[in-house]
Design a protein around this ligand. Structure first.
Ligand code: TYM
Length: 340
């Protein structure tokens, strides 16, 4: 099995795009049950709280959202026996030092070209150094675990490309130190769009809005949001993101929720009406999320168990990342301390 790493920011509640574009595939990509303990832990997942601090935020919200998100990832099916889940700041010393070392390989020019940086800094009076440096911290997350595959949604493409560039440049300058990772995308759901504005991606940072379904929304609310999705004045159900962004988004959601292909989804609805499509998508999404919501209710009643899993995850993550950081320190010419 390939070594997998991925992360999610606690900047808001988990939304359907996160679930279809990433979390579902993290869960499915865990080693098979019964894999010997020595091989488990090859799938590493992280709640990236240090990344969430790069835009204005409320400290009490960050703490609450970090815990809720970790609980929801476990409720979604991340399994302590088959993967490793930790909070980024619990291994923060290692991730921060790695970022500092990589800062000397990344360039201002390439960070300036990041579309996420451009989007988030546009129109802001003051932009933090943290926001600018965000992709280097993300590269550290990935490279510290000798990652081969990074399961992400389409919007992370540029960040993973940059991680590859930084790793290759570092290896060329200081000798083979890093594995070169690659991004992997789900066959459907890699870019779920806002239900009210299907030319814009669904995003948790927009707060509660009718165009964004949260994983913990109650089923009636989920159905209402999906049934109110913007479509078009035509009647044809087919996948065409340019001409029919709203319908294509609903087909994408249906395929992701029923684990079918886009082709199967489109032919399933051939000749049906928009209303039928919306009802079927709402039912499929509710059916996908109901067991997650039930498990979340159980787990959130037992915060000590979540804490235990996270503490164990942080310890194992530090054990895995430390030798990689040592490799980096040696490569860049830092003197090893006489006593460790
Ligand atoms: P974040 O927190 O914005 O999103 C987490 C994951 O959800 C995916 N995603 C979507 N997929 C489909 N449709 C959407 N509308 C949608 N919205 C979000 C994202 O692509 C992502 O896979 N920079 C990362 C966090 C990060 C990270 C990492 C990821 C930090 N370090 C290391 C991978 C590896 C982010 O902001 O994700």
């Amino acid at each position: 099995m390939a070594r997998v790493f991925s992360g999610i920011k606690p900047t808001g509640e988990m939304q359907l795009g996160n679930f279809c574009g990433a979390i579902q595939h993290w869960v499915a990509g865990q080693p098979a049950p019964g894999t010997p303990a020595a091989d488990a832990g090859d799938a590493v997942f992280c709640v990236v709280d240090l990344h969430a601090m790069t835009v204005p935020y409320d400290p009490a919200d960050l703490r609450r959202l970090t815990r809720e998100l970790a609980t929801l990832l476990l409720a979604s099916g991340l399994d302590e026996q088959r993967s490793l889940l930790f909070i980024q700041s619990h291994v923060g010393g290692i991730h921060s030092e790695c970022t500092w070392l990589l800062n000397n390989t990344a360039t201002i020019g390439e960070l300036r070209r990041m579309t996420q940086f451009k989007d988030k800094s546009q129109g802001q009076e003051s932009v933090s150094v943290g926001l600018f440096n965000y992709p280097v911290l993300m590269a550290s997350d990935i490279l510290l675990y000798d990652t081969e595959e990074v399961p992400v949604g389409d919007d992370q493409r540029q960040h993973v490309e940059l991680t590859r560039d930084i790793a290759m440049r570092f290896n060329a300058r200081f000798g083979e130190t890093f594995m070169i990772p690659r991004a992997t995308y789900p066959p459907s759901g890699a870019r779920i769009m806002d239900l009210q504005n299907p030319t814009k991606k669904m995003s948790k940072s927009g707060g509660d809005s009718p165009g964004c379904v949260f994983v913990l929304d109650d089923p009636k609310r989920i159905a209402k949001k999906i049934k109110s999705a913007v479509t078009d004045s035509d009647t044809d159900i087919r996948y065409d993101t340019e001409a029919k962004p709203g319908i294509s988004n609903l087909l994408d959601l249906y395929a992701a929720a029923t684990k079918s292909t886009l082709g199967e989804a489109a032919s399933h609805f051939d000749g049906q009406r928009y209303g039928d499509l919306k009802v079927a998508v709402a039912d499929a999404v509710v059916a996908m999320l109901e067991p997650v919501q039930a498990r979340y209710a159980e787990l959130s009643a037992d915060p000590a168990e979540v804490d235990r899993i996270l503490a164990h995850g942080a310890q194992r993550a530090a054990e895995r990342a430390t030798p990689v950081l040592d490799r980096m320190r040696d490569a860049v010419g830092l003197l090893r301390p006489a006593i460790r």
